[in-house]
Every structure is written in C-alpha cells, then in structure tokens.
Design a protein around this ligand. Structure first.
Ligand code: GTP
Ligand code: MG
Length: 199
C-alpha cells in the first residue's frame, strides 16, 4: 500500500469524543515507551506525525490520524508505566478499555511488544483480557534493530512458547523497527487486505 496522505485529526480524552466518521480504524497499544508513536511515524513516513519521547507516558490521549483520506491509525496511551501516578494509570486504563470495548469502527488492535525483553506479565495479562473480550489483535514486535537476527529468533520462539501455554495458536505477528523500517510493507499490506475485505 502506498501512503499518499497522513494527517492528524484530533486527540480525544474519551471514546465518545472520537471522530464520528465511519472509517475503519487500527489502533496501537502497548507498554509505555514500547514504540507506538514511532511506529505510526515509520508506517506513514512522517517524522513528526505522532509525538515521540524517550520519557515514558508521552501519549496521554486517543490520537486519530487519517490515512489516504480513507482509514484511521490510532495512537493510544501506553499502559503499565510505574512512574505515572496511580490515578493517571487508572485513567489511561479506563480510557483504553472503554475505547477497545465500545469503539465500533475499531477493526483491529496492534499490540506492541518490545522484542528485546522476555515475555512480560503485563503484556500477557493484557492479551488474555483481549482474548476474554473476543477483541481481535495482532502482535507487533518492536525495536528489532537493537538485536541480532539470531537473538530476535530466540526471543520470538520464547514468546511463542509462552503464548502457547494459554492460547491454542499463536496470534498473528510481525517483527518491526522504526529505525530500519523493517516490517513496514508487511504491516501496510496486512491493513490493506483487511480494508479490502470490508469493502
Ligand atoms: P508512550 O507514548 O509514552 O506510551 O510511548 P510510545 O510507545 O509511543 O513510544 P515512543 O514511540 O514515544 O518511543 C519511545 C522511545 O523508544 C523513543 O526514545 C524512541 O526513539 C524509541 N524507539 C521507538 N521505536 C524504536 C525502534 O524501532 N528502534 C529503536 N532503536 N528505538 C525506538
Ligand atoms: Mg506514544
């Protein structure tokens, strides 16, 4: 898929404030600092579309970006950052959960996972919650530029093994990097196919 246009539309502090257009949308979620905003910029080839920070907790609202005047990419606040106050964490968690459960236009969630780390409890629990709620999701491993290909393989296998303790099959996944752009074509084509299937 070719990205012709990508524009920031709005930030919402509640799913009810999200844009009313009926475009399909794809949302990015994952731990704070995992690289959600960076990946959105990589996919759209806009350096500053979504705001990035080395300090976790940067994205605090639901951000809608309109792509090719036809579908939305959605940047969600990260979960699980200890240094954000408990109060704020609960607010983000409610914001995300309401959005995930109630947003009818949501076509698919991309759950971002840092490929460098061993499977994290918070991610496993979040994906289990999605499973219980029957929310379709695809995993995106991030920051692959930071590891050798053998280490990527090793960590991927470890993740698969962990997932298969709870899941009958491994959910679909892609390996990505916002730095070297790996995974870009695959993820965009995947979205393209889902868009077409809905048309
Ligand atoms: P919050 O909005 O705080 O939830 O974080 P986020 O998930 O949106 O992460 P963000 O995109 O702001 O990136 C966090 C940090 O990781 C930044 O310093 C990025 O430059 C870095 N980063 C993100 N993606 C990659 C990647 O693919 N490779 C490398 N090497 N660094 C990355
Ligand atoms: Mg962000």
């Amino acid at each position: 898929m070719i990205i012709k246009t990508a524009e920031f539309i709005t930030s919402s502090s509640d799913y009810k404030q999200c844009p009313s257009e009926e475009h399909l949308e794809y949302a990015f979620i994952g731990r704070s600092n995992v690289g959600k905003s960076s990946l959105i910029n990589m996919l759209t080839q806009h350096k500053k579309l979504a705001k990035i920070s080395s300090a976790p907790g940067k994205t605090q609202l639901i951000n809608h970006f309109l792509i090719n005047e036809n579908w939305y990419l959605v940047d969600l606040p990260g979960y699980g950052y200890a240094k954000v106050s408990k109060n704020k964490r609960e607010k983000f968690s409610k914001l995300n959960k309401d959005y995930i459960l109630k947003r009818e236009q949501l076509m698919l969630l991309f759950v971002l996972i840092d490929i460098r780390l061993e499977p994290q409890k918070i991610d496993l629990e979040f994906m289990e919650w999605l499973g219980e709620k029957r929310i379709p999701f695809t995993m995106l491993f991030t920051k692959a530029d930071k590891l050798s290909s053998s280490k990527i393989n090793k960590n991927k296998i470890a993740y698969q093994k962990k997932m298969l303790e709870r899941w009958e099959i491994m959910p679909p996944y892609f390996v990505t990097s916002a730095v070297d752009k790996r995974g870009r074509e695959e993820v965009l084509n995947y979205i393209d196919q889902l868009n077409e299937a809905k048309e």
